[in-house]
Design a protein around this ligand. Structure first.
Ligand SMILES: [Zn+2]
Length: 116
């Protein structure tokens, strides 16, 4: 199983991960339990159980650009909002989920999501 860093997006094998410091302060109740700390940036890493989360940016409605994979939906959505801000709504921003069986699913963000 691979583990994805929620911050830098790199993936690591189990043995590369470091022990999580201040575990209880950093884990949200009811959230996905992280598998360890990123050896490169120290952020939390999560197991890639199946779903992988990407942001699909279509620059000027012409050139597609893929961002990710991100370890969680939350991290991916954060990136989507950032891109929308940076491009001032000029580019198409879509969410792309790749399911465990490898099938991709592209969805548009609602206008409410981006302004909220
Ligand atoms: Zn990292």
């Amino acid at each position: 199983m691979r583990h994805l860093c929620d911050n830098c997006g790199k993936s690591f094998g189990e043995k590369k991960l470091k022990e999580i410091k201040d575990f209880l302060q950093r884990v949200e109740p009811g959230g996905i339990v992280p598998s360890g700390e990123c050896p490169e940036c120290g952020a939390l890493c999560y197991p890639v159980a199946g779903m992988r989360f990407f942001v699909l940016q279509v620059v000027g409605d012409i050139e597609p650009k893929l961002h990710g994979p991100y370890a969680s939906q939350k991290a991916r959505d954060k990136m989507a909002k950032r891109l929308r801000k940076e491009t001032a709504g000029e580019d198409g921003i879509f969410r792309l989920d790749v399911r465990a069986d490898g099938r991709p699913e592209v969805c548009a963000y609602s206008a409410g999501f981006m302004t909220g």
